[in-house]
Design a protein around this ligand. Structure first.
Ligand code: NAD
Length: 489
């Protein structure tokens, strides 16, 4: 396919500076595309277009049903081009094509979900204390939205932002991760085809410290919605204070997965592996902190290790590949350093802990699935997000201890409990301080359930009907039908 460029005010344009960036396949480091490298100037042009489009009132006053139709059309076009999009996502991220196909189904589902919600909130009448008056509460679009996404689920994360923003009548500027922009570019083509009006949705490519920083600090942006790391999230919060922007932050996680001895053993082993090593651990909700009841700890770890040794690492385009590479050389170096830290801290390396020796994998950013045992909460590897294929295992004796260990984190994105005792499970999840908790499940999400974090995992919620709330302001309209003088003054 021909890769187009940035999309600003309804035109496909290169970077104002003329600069470009090569996009690399993490499996073999081949250049798969060259895209414009925008900067503050491009971001400012896109913000001006989005501002003018919003201030014209055309999109926000388009009937919500009609906006919903356009959002549904985007879903249909994604379904039409699913295979092309899935292959592009795998080229760009290294993940298996099977995973990417699943992502595309989910993405179409997100656009469908918001197309259906677009016209469902007609406001609410509330009781008014004044006779002969009407009080109603309505939701209106926030305005111009800056949207910044990470590289791990490039198009999925973009869809969580694009679909509700469009459905609710906002205008937007999207900045995808500079290393994985390809599927987002393609979806902007589909949005144009679906009939999103000129200026409503703009796409700027480029780095975080240039384009992202401009979106975060520009006074004409009303809301910034960011998914990414906690360090960047804090910078964005600071920058956004310039005009008290509304903020939606989806940050990192260090997610506990509690395994009780009475859980179905084989299922818990299987799902514990899936909960971490899917997409090579590059998932914000990965269950990287395994918390295992002492009586089954050794048997559980042995089963994990045996299974991990058989993982097939390779090209995401090969049918038998189970795990692809990490996203970049820089990220691989970060994961290597994290594992070194675990060894220095005294954790026991049960399996992995290095790059694979397979000659066919040497050009890719591969890292072996890794398990550390004898971990304690005071270790940095138990507290810090590795965002790679690394598990830390802690032991517990009592239910209270398990919950305490699970909550001992600055993060609060997600967590899981495995047990056959449903009362115990409900007791545990009620005390777990996370935005999503699973019982006998891990990592499952769907568009009608809200997603977001407690504590330092973020602010606000995406998906669900909460995603609509994120992109709307609440307005109270009080209408006195029979005004009379008060005669106070
Ligand atoms: P990152 O924070 O490095 O980058 C994310 C985005 O922010 C990129 O588009 C980047 O260009 C941009 N950016 C960087 N510096 C910026 C700045 N100063 N101002 C504005 N924008 C800036 O994160 P990443 O490495 O791309 O992604 C991994 C992180 O994302 C992990 O911490 C992961 O947990 C998190 N994540 C969270 C969720 C969630 O739903 N909570 C989902 C996916 C990923």
């Amino acid at each position: 396919m021909s890769i187009k460029q940035q999309y600003i005010d309804g035109k496909w344009v290169g970077a104002n500076s003329g600069n470009t960036r090569d996009i690399i396949n993490p499996f073999n480091q081949e250049v798969i595309a060259t895209v414009p490298e925008g900067d503050q100037t491009d971001a400012k042009a896109a913000i001006a277009a989005a501002r003018a489009a919003f201030d014209s009132g055309e999109w926000s006053s388009t009937p919500a049903t009609e906006r919903g139709h356009i959002v549904r059309k985007i879903a249909e076009l994604i379904e039409r081009d699913k295979e092309e999009l899935a292959r592009l996502e795998s080229l760009d991220t290294g993940k298996t094509v099977e995973e990417s196909r699943g992502d595309m189904d989910d993405i179409a589902g997100v656009f469908r979900h918001y197309s259906e919600l677009a016209d469902k909130d007609g406001g609410e009448l509330i009781d008014s204390p004044v006779p002969n008056s009407i009080s109603k509460v309505v939701r209106e679009p926030v305005g111009v939205c800056g949207q910044i996404t990470p590289w791990n689920y490039p198009l999925l994360q973009a869809s969580w932002k694009l679909a509700p923003a469009l459905a609710t009548g906002n205008t937007l500027i999207m900045k995808p991760s500079e290393i994985t922009p390809l599927t987002t570019i393609k979806v902007f083509e589909l949005m144009e085809e679906a009939g999103v009006p000129v200026g409503v949705a703009n796409l700027v490519l480029g780095a975080g410290h240039t384009v992202g920083a401009e979106l975060s600090s520009n006074i004409d942006v009303d809301l910034i919605s960011f998914t990414g790391g906690i360090v960047t999230g804090k910078k964005i919060m600071q920058a956004a204070s310039v005009n008290v922007k509304k903020l939606a932050l989806e940050l990192g996680g260090k997610n506990p997965n509690i395994i009780f001895a009475d859980a179905d053993f084989e299922t818990a082993v299987d799902q514990a592996l899936n909960g971490v090593f899917f997409h090579a651990g590059q998932i914000c909700s990965a269950g990287t902190r395994l918390i295992v009841e002492e009586s089954i700890h050794d048997k559980f770890v042995n089963s994990l290790v045996e299974r991990v040794k058989k993982f097939k690492l390779g090209n995401g385009f090969d049918e038998d590949t189970q795990m692809g590479p990490l996203i970049s050389a820089e990220h691989l170096a970060k994961v290597e350093k994290y594992v070194e830290m675990g060894i220095e801290e005294g954790a026991t390396l049960a399996v992995g802990g290095s790059r694979p020796e397979d000659p066919e994998l040497q050009n890719g950013f591969f890292y072996l699935p890794t398990i550390f045992t004898d971990c304690t909460t005071d270790m940095n590897i138990v507290q810090d997000e590795a965002f790679g294929p690394v598990i830390t295992v802690e032991k517990f004796r009592t239910e209270e201890e398990a919950v305490k260990l699970a909550n001992d984190s600055i993060y609060g994105l997600a967590g899981g409990v495995w047990t056959s005792d449903i009362v115990k499970a409900e007791r545990c999840v009620a005390k777990m301080r996370m935005g999503t908790v699973w019982i006998n499940e891990f990592n499952l999400y769907f568009p009608h359930a809200p997603w977001g974090g407690f504590k330092q995992s973020g602010i606000g919620r995406e998906l669900g009907k909460q995603g609509i709330e994120e992109y709307t302001e609440t307005k109270h309209i009080m209408h006195n039908l029979k005004p009379e003088p008060i005669n106070w003054f």
